[in-house]
Ligand binder design. Structure first.
Ligand SMILES: [Zn+2]
Length: 364
């Protein structure tokens, strides 16, 4: 196990290597970055390097310390991962017990606290005391998606290591050059990678079923666009089943309508779902340009509603009705036709009557 297991993040890896090479290791670190960037793995490799008997920038992978670290059985590497929604005072007490015990066999011990932002205020304050005067032989690494969710007094006692998303062009380059993916597929996967190489690779290896999910979602959009309002309710069960995928679903929808908007202005090279051009073309005829670009707000509201625990079903229904409204405003068109019909007589009236009848039955 070494830093090459983490894809991308070259600057961060270099920074961590410099720390161990120069033996300028601090007591506290915060590894911050979006979900899926490999924070926990990176922290584990950093811990292994700190304890490696070779004491260099890179873990040697062969010393007895590295072998135990790689097997996840090093007695001086403690990965604390609490599955509950919050990390409580009692959990921090447990961590403190480890902090004040001497390392079993290494010169230091490393404690990694995953999802550190889940600490309650009380737990954070208890933890703060540990970080104020940590034993010399202790290194604490807090892992979080967002360090602003951790109390500032804790943050100020740690060095922050920030893992960022990387550019789409870099994700695509890695897929093409290192995974030999063809350019079109690489572009598609990159579009759904959120700038996280690991996520892109997981999509490629089908460990994340985003492309299957996309198939289901765009079919749903198609169905909603061609059917009546009652269709919306048919999808309630589907969304209930996919509650945990709602972030991915919203992202798929945003990318899909973004593609429709680009198609409408002829910006073909911006389209991500390039393998579904047939459907994009078909739906672009049915939808209104302005409404396609405005629907982002609907998805953003759905995201906010779901995160703030607004009634999930209601939030989804609103979103689905929102999707239905991106259709051309045929009601408005019908009103215009009817108005023209009312003001005409004779042969003209007959034509309008025909158009009105046809429109009423074919368009809505
Ligand atoms: Zn080693």
């Amino acid at each position: 196990m070494g830093y090459d297991e983490i894809l991308g993040q070259e600057k961060i890896k270099k920074h961590l290597m410099d720390i161990t090479k120069s033996d300028s290791i601090s007591h506290g670190y915060i590894f911050e970055g979006p979900k899926g960037t490999g924070k926990l793995k990176l922290a584990s490799i950093f811990a292994q390097t700190i304890l490696c008997l070779e004491r260099d920038d890179y873990p040697c992978s062969t010393c007895s310390s590295c072998i135990k670290a790689q097997a996840g059985s090093h007695p001086d590497i403690h990965i604390m991962d609490y599955s509950e929604n919050s990390i409580k005072r009692q959990d921090v007490d447990e961590i403190q017990e480890i902090v004040y015990v001497k390392p079993y066999e290494s010169r230091k011990k490393v404690i990694i606290l995953n999802d550190a932002h889940k600490m309650t205020v009380q737990a954070s304050n208890t933890f703060l005391k540990t970080l104020e005067e940590p034993p010399e032989d202790t290194v604490i690494i807090l892992i979080t998606v967002n360090q602003s969710l951790i109390i500032p007094t804790l943050v100020s006692r740690c060095q922050t290591v920030k893992l960022d998303r990387i550019s789409d062009s870099e994700v695509k380059r890695i897929l093409v050059e290192e995974y030999e993916v063809d350019s079109q597929k690489a572009g598609l996967i990159t579009g759904y990678s959120k700038g996280i190489v690991q996520r892109a690779v997981n999509i490629l290896k089908e460990e994340v079923n985003i492309l299957q999910l996309r198939g289901e979602i765009v079919d749903m959009v198609d169905n909603i666009l061609k059917s009546g309002k009652s269709t919306v309710f048919e999808y309630e069960k589907y969304f209930d089943k996919h509650k945990d995928d709602i972030d991915d679903i919203l992202e798929i929808l945003m990318i899909w309508f973004r593609d429709l908007s680009f198609y409408k202005v002829g910006a073909m090279n911006q389209i991500i779902n390039i393998d579904r051009m047939d459907l994009i073309e078909k739906q672009s005829v049915k939808t209104d340009k302005k409404r396609c670009s405005e629907i982002y707000e609907v998805f953003q509201n759905t995201y906010d509603d779901v995160k703030s625990n607004v009634n999930y079903k209601l939030a989804i229904d609103n979103m689905l009705f929102g999707i239905q409204e991106v259709k051309h405003d045929y009601n408005c068109l019908l009103r215009k036709i009817y108005k023209a019909y009312s003001g005409t007589s004779g042969f003209g009236k007959g034509i309008y009557r025909y158009i009105f009848y046809w429109s009423n039955h074919s368009l809505i």
